[in-house]
Design a protein around this ligand. Structure first.
Ligand code: ZN
Length: 262
């Protein structure tokens, strides 16, 4: 057998092993992560009570500009009860954003200024929850600052351990190829019923994978689904608790990372 054929066989069998290696805790079949962006009021008033009633923990990606002295004690309590607070930057810059001062358009940024902003937000979050391990969600899911992809420099900076966003198939089954700094996600769409999101979770269980959903408003704010639809999703997860591991983004990614190293 030629050398390249042997190498191909080795890499193919390694990839099969990698696929098989992710074992979810307590013999569960799959993992689902619920994430909520922008630190909205409906997260505190509607989402948290619904999740807490079923003992489900989620991840809340906050951005500095919207944090008020009134919200901070609430977020502190939320983090103490086991939910994760993630970094969503200070000013939430997106492509084509506004150019007011400070400019919140990604075109005005450089990789360096983006990382500096992420570092400051890490400090804010540390002051709230005391955690030094931090996850990140790209504002608007966009990974380019000043024309340059900042996912690799962000990884190298050590500021962030895992980052959500940047595209890709949200049905995650190939853990060998999964980029920890561009973890794909499925976005809940404004006003949608529960069907598509439940079908997505069904597929994740069937394929024994990982699925991450991003929500904005719930029963208000913007890009919102109704409180009733969110409740249906929570009830679905509670009903299938024996099969589905639901945990914060950082905890699930840490689990995947450890398994990948084995
Ligand atoms: Zn956002």
């Amino acid at each position: 057998m030629k050398r390249y054929q042997i190498l191909l066989l080795i890499s193919l069998s390694l990839s099969v092993v990698m696929h098989a290696q992710i074992k979810w805790p307590d013999g569960k079949k799959a993992a689902i992560v619920l994430t909520y962006d922008d630190g909205l009021e409906t997260h505190r008033n509607i989402v948290i009570p619904q999740l807490d009633a079923q003992g489900i923990k989620g991840t809340f990606f906050l951005f500095g500009q919207t944090l008020t002295s009134q919200d901070i004690p609430e977020w502190k309590k939320i983090s103490q009860s086991g939910h994760e607070l993630g970094n969503h930057s200070l000013y939430h810059p997106c492509l084509g954003g506004n150019n007011d001062y400070p400019c919140s358009s990604l075109e005005c940024y450089s990789v360096k200024s983006m990382l500096r902003e992420i570092a400051v937000m890490n400090g804010f979050l540390y002051a709230i929850d005391g955690n030094t391990v931090r996850t990140y969600a790209y504002p608007c899911g966009q990974t380019v600052a000043g024309g340059e992809d900042y996912s690799v420099p962000m990884k190298q900076s050590g500021l962030i351990h895992f980052a959500r966003g940047g595209g890709g198939d949200p049905v995650i089954t190939d853990f060998c190829k999964l980029n920890f700094f561009k973890v794909p996600t499925l976005a809940a769409q404004t006003g949608e019923p529960s069907e598509r999101l439940i079908n997505f979770m069904d597929k994740i269980v069937k394929e024994k994978g990982l699925g991450i959903i991003v929500f904005h408003g719930v029963g208000g704010d913007y890009l919102d689904i109704s409180a009733e639809v969110h409740q249906e999703l929570v009830d679905y997860l509670a009903k299938r608790a024996a099969e589905i591991w639901v945990a914060p983004f950082g905890e699930v990614m840490e689990h995947v990372s450890k398994q990948r190293k084995q």
